[in-house]
Design a binder for this molecule. Sequence first.
Ligand code: ZN
Length: 136
Amino acid sequence: MMIVQKEFRVSTRSRTEMVDITGQVEAAVREAGVRNGDVVVFCPHTTAAITINENADPSVVHDVLLALDEILPRSNPGFRHDEGNSDAHGKSSLVGCSEQVLIKDGGLVLGTWQAIYFCEFDGPRSRRVSVQVRGE
Ligand code: ZN
């Protein structure tokens, strides 16, 4: 079995944003030369996350971010963390910092409407994404 580690950067443009990184993950799988296995996509940041959701209708991403804002508004009189980004930390934990996707015949096993997203909750920033491709 092969294990290949890769990393790429994502530049975000707004405070909250979901960036489709499916292409970068596919490229990492291609470069690793793994035909069958899986890939773990990991976000090494505490105010960002990785998720899988719909890429066909852009309003879905908008609505997901809106719903997260509703659950975790930017300000809350109870927040103690003095950086003022407690909402972003909460969203990061809620969404999670990694996703695992299967690889079959050199391609990602994703549903027709699924894409892998880097979720920015405290941007704009330059972020890193770690990818581990495993298989043969
Ligand atoms: Zn913070």
